[in-house]
Design a protein around this ligand. Structure first.
Ligand code: SF4
Ligand code: SF4
Length: 227
């Protein structure tokens, strides 16, 4: 069904229909892992939207406490599009009111190609350095970067090069043992798209588009996202 957060005109047309659809049965809230956290009850979010109280929903904690796991929507007997409702409420909040560092990460990713702003040269140096260290254990190992024709293109969660670089060695060891052909890229390698979490469709699309461009230009067969 259509999302509940609509233009005023669309809402006037459909609000009564949504009101009729929701049975207030509570099945959604009953299976929700965060019901009760900061007062979250997904039925209340539905009711706010149905009553046209969009701004109250947008300003509330509900959309941000929600993990976007989708259990409520899966369980809803009326197939109400709860995920779209909650995520679009995130997207309609002013960007400077997005909680935590999420929007800053989106801006950083758009500017530098990763959420924490690691410069290209530093990133490449880190991978080469770690690769050389691992080669002492795995003869001939090196980290493939921008390798055309590799079978797998790996994106990377920026928290690894930023804070836990040795963690990358775990999956590098697996790929070495499997003798797989893979690569990562020197630019736009971020695999965690915070545009998804902030409801920012334009940013999400731009970030995905850059990865797809890398994938096509390198002629890879599979794309691997860590998150
Ligand atoms: S499960 Fe669906 S119908 Fe029942 S209260 Fe939740 S949104 Fe309404
Ligand atoms: S999507 Fe959000 S509201 Fe629905 S069950 Fe998951 S956490 Fe709860």
């Amino acid at each position: 069904m259509e999302p509940l957060l609509l233009t005023k005109r669309e809402r006037r047309k459909l609000a009564s229909q949504y009101a009729e659809l929701c049975l207030t049965c509570g099945t959604c809230a009953g299976g929700c892992p965060v019901t009760g956290v900061d007062g979250l009850d997904v039925r209340k979010a539905v009711r706010l939207a149905v009553l046209g109280m969009d701004q109250e929903l947008i300003d509330s904690r509900f959309p941000w406490v929600c993990t976007l796991c989708g259990r409520c929507e899966h369980a809803c007997p009326m197939k109400i599009d709860l995920l779209t409702l909650l995520r679009s409420a995130r997207g309609m909040r002013a960007r400077d009111k997005v909680p935590g560092v999420l929007h800053k990460g989106v801006e950083m990713c758009l500017k530098t190609g990763n959420n924490v702003g690691i410069p290209k040269d530093d990133f490449v140096f880190l991978l080469q350095d770690l690769g050389a260290e691992l080669a002492e254990e795995l003869p001939g190992f090196e980290v493939p970067i921008d390798k055309k024709g590799a079978k797998y293109l790996f994106t990377i969660n920026s928290k690894e090069p930023f804070a836990e670089p040795e963690d990358m060695m775990f999956w590098w060891r697996i790929l070495y043992a499997a003798n797989e052909s893979w690569t990562t890229t020197s630019e736009n390698w971020e695999g965690v798209n915070w545009g998804l979490f902030t409801g920012d469709d334009n940013a999400m699309k731009e970030i995905v588009g850059r990865i797809v461009k890398n994938y096509k230009e390198l002629g890879c067969e599979y794309l691997v996202l860590p998150e």
